[in-house]
Design a protein around this ligand. Sequence first.
Ligand SMILES: [Zn+2]
Length: 371
Amino acid sequence: LLVDLLDLNTTSEIFKQHKLSQNDQLVGVQDVISCLTTIYSGLEEKYKDLVNVPLCVDMCLNWLLNVYDSGRTGKIRVQSLKIGLMSLSKGLLEEKYRYLFKEVAGPTEMCDQRQLGLLLHDAIQIPRQLGEVAAFGGSNIEPSVRSCFQQNHNKPEITVKQFIDWMRLEPQSMVWLPVLHRVAAAETAKHQAKCNICKECPIVGFRYRSLKHFNYDVCQSCFFSGRTAKGHKLHYPMVEYCIPTTSGEDVRDFTKVLKNKFRSKKYFAKHPRLGYLPVQTVLEGDNLETSLQIEYEQLKEQHLRRGISPLASPPDSVVSPQHASEDAELIAEAKLLRQHKGRLEARMQILEDHNKQLESQLHRLRQLLEQ
Ligand SMILES: [Zn+2]
């Protein structure tokens, strides 16, 4: 799409130039084309070999209509056009949040629940068009809006700073945006480190560093395939790097490794790492998985204990009626436990599928970037 060549300021200027100031208004295809033509003509001056104006305008228009006008009414909202183009433009992540906020905020530069809701709604249409909306908490933006305002003591309006602070927590519905940025930054990053598993050196792309072992670095392909070495467990904390580390970060990680050396396995079980701020949703990734595993282990233990105890008691030659009823109870209980186990296993399966989905999502985001 090449919108990633576009910087935020230019985009915002072009919107003004085309008098796209009424966010609630609808614009027709002709106006969208004229706006896109200005955008791509500007880009053509800078990147002569890359940009073919009519082709780009056509592709971008198609994308916008797919995302924001799936019913093909031939019109999209001004705000949707802005949010869509800005979300994919070039620029620092926080600067992008600032621009997005400014677009929806009123003249007082404050944003109420409705305005934030509209912003999130327009933004979430982007992963939705890729069929990935479920993983970001579904298309219902209510819980996200609530989460943001709760963070700010339920005041009627929030400032741009409060919005950015909330976005920094990477709320589930918007986490795709920072992920997209990191994928873009990592694409070409080279790290002066060797992968402990496949021995790739330097590591290209994402680099994962252990916070439990010294000098344990993993490349992205080994990380995503879940390979380990040196007795490193998958639940140990890792940091993700998309750009080469600075010496400050090296020192910081070193102290974290030291701290983690003294932490027990229980600590890691109690502090599951969620990379994003979850908003109320059906699937809760890591959290649910650990609690399920614990539950499963407990059930197995109970099951074993019950299975063994009748054998441990001295064998009676005559089975008393009391014993018989106890046995029947045990059998019924065992049956229940087995059913429960079956359900847990089914849920585990769902979680595994969910994991796979996330991986394919990353893959798709990457493809989108390459377009
Ligand atoms: Zn590797």
